[in-house]
Design a protein around this ligand. Sequence first.
Ligand code: GRF
Length: 194
Amino acid sequence: MKKRVAILISGRGSNMTALIEAASAQDYPAEIALVVSNRPQAAGLDRARSFGIPTAVIDHTQFGGDRAAFEQALDQALRDHKIDLVCLAGFMRLLTPWFVQRWSERMLNIHPSLLPHFKGLDTHRRALEAGAERHGATVHFVVAEMDAGPIVAQESIAVHADDTEETLAARVLELEHRIYPRALRAVAQGRTTI
Ligand code: GRF
């Protein structure tokens, strides 16, 4: 039985697309059963629909700052669609310990740095400023602390002397699109232990 996966997005959804494409292979151990966005205008929603994937919008601004109510709605949508695993892919909301606990060991995130270096935003600019020789991307299980949690997959590239934030971001994004499907495959096959 394939694992039923929900992808949570807030924006363009290029990692979402990479996961959808990987999951279209017959022997892939997971199917993308739902894409949820907290932003109604997220470009990734149209992209998901073009693949025929069910989508849901749970707009956090409609909850008047009530994070618990927002997360309950999110959790309900995941349960309605009988979701086994959750992939955060550019989902720009911090999740509370309640939600993280509910999906503990069943929720992955992708982060554009070699964690534990450069948690948070603007990772490419910060890697350049720090003079990092290597940079990359990480897929990890989500825990209550942001951009922490057991690492499932990580790959690095060399930083070039003439790299800009944009050139570095583009090369890291290619890595992201490779490692996220690989990490999800391993988790869906039960090949990870924490
Ligand atoms: C990616 O760089 C991901 O690592 C980070 O947010 C970005 C999302 O990009 N968490 P996309 O929406 O998948 O194109």
